[in-house]
Design a protein around this ligand. Structure first.
Ligand code: SF4
Length: 317
């Protein structure tokens, strides 16, 4: 058996920043430390922090008054910020700057009187946060059918997208929007982030060389799910797994080449564990194929930087 290891894969700049923010906050404040929603959508990352005294909450009521609270990489709505202020919480905002960019676009279009169509997945933390910026003026669509069902005819209309969509799926929906609303505006730069696009491009480029694709990531990770879907759509079965323990022997019947990749929130150690499993069990050899170099980094949140000593900032990625 041959393994092709896709690159880029795994942690993106936003996830690195969010995890580093939580690490530094734990050092500063100690446990228990509260995080609003999962810091990133990955079972291993969340479990490891839980074991160190981090408490992930779904509502701010669960955070004692005056305590520090971190916002996850997926961002929060202005309503949560207000609630946090009212409860005198010390908020540390680990929202990925590329999610914040979409929030700012929503605010800008809303101020200019636009109706905003957000392409995204209902119930996803990022979508809830973005919709909260202008709830009266935003409509969520998930499919072409949703676009066809839109019963609006505004003079000013714009679209935005969730950062972790499938580029191909989003384009189909955007085409339908443009057809129905030729005047529709959009931001100058794509909302689907560089990390999502690069990981998807790697699967698109490399899956045809494989008989099977393993994507490391959790079931609630939007960008990981898209990677498995892309390979399956290409005719190469893609399985989304949290780790080697979920690998099933029956997947490998007649399989000579396996492509391994990982979603933006999946840690590298679970990828390596998977490779070791296939090497031990099937004597697999491995080559790594890089389709693009990434060198994006984001600074820690300002509130956190202000609290950290100078020496600690020097080692910030
Ligand atoms: S996947 Fe993209 S938007 Fe999400 S945290 Fe990573 S860089 Fe930011």
């Amino acid at each position: 058996m041959k393994i092709i290891l896709a690159n880029p894969r795994g942690f993106c700049a936003g996830v690195n920043m969010a995890i580093e923010s939580l690490e530094r906050s734990l050092d500063l404040f100690g446990a228990p430390l509260y995080v609003y929603h999962e810091i990133v959508h990955n079972k291993h990352v969340v479990e490891r922090f839980k074991n160190r005294g981090v408490v992930f909450v779904e509502t701010l009521d669960e955070v004692p008054e005056g305590s520090p609270v971190l916002y996850s990489a997926h961002g929060v709505s202005p309503q949560i910020r207000q609630e946090s202020k009212a409860r005198n919480l010390k908020a540390i905002d680990a929202t990925c700057p590329l999610v914040t960019k979409v929030h700012l676009e929503a605010v800008k279009y809303a101020k200019l009187g636009y109706t905003i169509v957000l392409i995204g997945h209902e119930g996803h933390d990022e979508v809830i946060g973005t919709m909260g910026e202008a709830p009266e003026q935003m409509i969520l669509v998930e499919s072409v059918e949703d676009v066809e069902a839109l019963d609006i005819n505004p003079e000013k209309i714009a679209y935005l997208t969730q950062t972790t969509l499938s580029v191909d799926d989003a384009n189909v929906i955007i085409d339908a929007l443009r057809k129905k609303f030729p005047q529709i505006a959009n931001p100058p730069k794509d909302d689907i982030c560089y990390a999502t696009q690069n990981r998807q491009d790697a699967v698109r480029k490399l899956a045809s060389k494989a008989d099977l694709v393993l994507v490391l990531g959790s079931q609630n990770s939007s960008n990981s799910l898209r990677l498995a879907e892309i390979s399956t759509t290409m005719g190469v079965p893609g399985h989304l797994i949290d780790g080697a323990a979920e690998i099933k022997d029956e997947w490998f019947e007649g399989v000579e080449t396996v492509l391994i990749t990982a979603g933006a929130s999946a840690p590298e150690d679970v990828v390596q564990e998977c490779i070791s499993y296939l090497q031990d069990r099937y004597g697999a050899s491995m080559t790594e194929e890089t389709i693009r170099e990434e060198d994006v980094t984001f600074p820690l949140p300002k509130t956190l930087r202000q609290l950290l000593p100078e020496s600690a900032l020097k080692v910030v990625r």
